[in-house]
Design a protein around this ligand. Structure first.
Ligand code: GCU
Length: 428
């Protein structure tokens, strides 16, 4: 297992995220402003004209078109451990069945072994809730994300957690496993899937799975790519969780790192049930603007990962839209954009300029939006919170405290009722 994870992490490193780590990001905004400017008369004007246009352009030029309809169901659900993480949490496994429909053709998701659907693991704090939920997609198979002995993939002999490995050395100690005990004790549940189980993160296999799921869609140029499909998968988690009174429907937060940060932003832009986003180092095709691009080029990303986007993204027709529109579609819901100074591959400056470009739409809703003139200091209570730390691409020890500060500012669970949320705390 450890070898497999290392192979995945090493493959991630190759195309470039560790390649561009010698340069430093300028903490002063630097580069062209986001275009077109998002100036609308008010919320109504934005929602009637701006938002539908932004959604259409991003689908046509970047991600491909979302299905006409989707459905989800629970195929099976079992409790894996009632007393996990030192007695702090309950671990449950769901098998979710989901369909995509295009042009009247409904297709079921299947995992790589041919079975219907995919797994979702949910860890919740003890108590009744309702708990805010951190929805996660990661690079790492199930046990590596939720290292409980009940979760499939657990080694015979429990391995020491948090030990040294080359993968965690390069990409940080939390690259696979979040600090679950801290998250539980802060009052949040975690729901996680391994998207590669059913939309493989591989060129040929990924494209094959996507072609199958979108069978009723005829245009190859604008067919949905994996980033859009992984985004769609966050929504399938919510379909199931929102029917369960233990979970707080008004506090569903999509968390993702890197390629899954791109997917988390897409999820929130296309599904209003997502109440907040933590998009850490989302980079090209995520929060970073195409205009004035530093780090990973569009030619590079579409060449290395031909299964991630609509084919049209490779065509260099980037006029008339940019990634600030993706952020604006999330307004007024809180977004945290995580960055690192040496992660110029993900272009923190481009993400900052995109946040600035989305800010006028947040203002239409009377929300604070981006409230800082430079990439620092971090204000976790802002609605577009911008976090930059020293170091490189990965999820390191400073990141989760910053994520939890953001979550607590916007979605703090009510400690005294052991669940629920004090909405007066950070929300406007
Ligand atoms: C590669 C890719 C990035 C991506 C990253 C990741 O570096 O070029 O676009 O964000 O992998 O997912 O870690």
């Amino acid at each position: 297992m450890a070898r497999r994870i290392f192979a995945v992490l090493a493959a991630l490193a190759l195309p470039g995220c560790v390649e561009a780590t010698i340069a430093w990001t300028n903490l002063k905004p630097d580069g062209p402003v986001a275009a077109p400017a998002l100036s609308y008369q008010g919320v109504e004007d934005w929602e009637a004209n701006g938002a539908p246009q932004a959604r259409a352009q991003l689908q046509r030029h970047v991600y491909g078109f979302m299905p006409d309809r989707a459905s989800s169901r629970v195929i099976g659900k079992i409790t894996l451990n009632e007393d996990a993480f030192g007695g702090a949490g309950l671990v449950e496994e769901y098998r979710i069945g989901a369909t995509m429909t295009y042009g009247g053709r409904e297709v079921e998701t299947v995992s790589r072994d041919g079975a219907d659907g995919f797994f979702m693991d949910v860890v919740s704090p003890k108590g009744e809730g309702p708990f805010p939920v951190i929805l996660m997609e990661t690079f790492c198979p199930r046990w590596s994300t939720i290292p409980d002995r009940g979760v499939a993939g657990a080694p015979e002999k429990p391995e020491k957690r948090g030990g040294f490995s080359l993968g965690t050395y390069i990409f940080g100690r939390y690259i696979c496993t979040p600090p679950i005990e801290e998250i539980l004790s802060a009052g949040y549940a975690v729901a996680t899937i391994f998207p590669s189980e059913f939309i493989p993160d591989e060129k040929e296999e990924g494209l094959r799975a996507l072609a199958r799921l979108t069978e009723g869609y005829s245009d190859n140029e604008t067919r949905l790519g994996a980033i859009g499909a992984w985004g769609w998968a966050y929504s399938r988690m919510i379909d199931i969780l929102e029917t369960d009174p233990r979970f707080d429907k008004s506090a569903m937060i999509a968390w993702g790192h890197s390629r899954y940060a791109k997917a988390a932003l897409v999820a929130a832009a296309f599904d209003a049930r997502i109440d907040g986003v933590i998009a850490h180092q989302s980079g090209t095709g995520g929060a970073s603007l195409n205009a004035g691009k530093k780090g990973e080029s569009i030619k590079g990303i579409t060449g290395n990962y031909p299964h991630w986007f609509a084919r049209s993204y490779a065509q260099d027709d980037l006029s008339g839209f940019d990634q600030h529109m993706l952020l604006a579609l999330i307004a007024p819901r809180p977004i945290l954009l995580g960055n690192a100074r040496r992660d110029v591959w993900s272009d923190p400056n481009g993400a900052f300029r995109a946040a600035r470009g989305a800010d006028p739409v947040y203002a239409l809703y009377g929300s604070r939006g981006l409230d800082q003139p430079r990439l620092k200091p971090y204000d976790p209570a802002a609605d577009i919170a911008f976090w930059i730390r020293p170091g490189t691409h990965g999820v390191v020890k400073e990141d989760w405290p910053a994520f939890l500060d953001f979550l607590n500012a916007h979605f703090a669970p009510k400690v005294e009722t052991n669940g629920g949320r004090d909405i007066s705390a950070g929300r406007k």
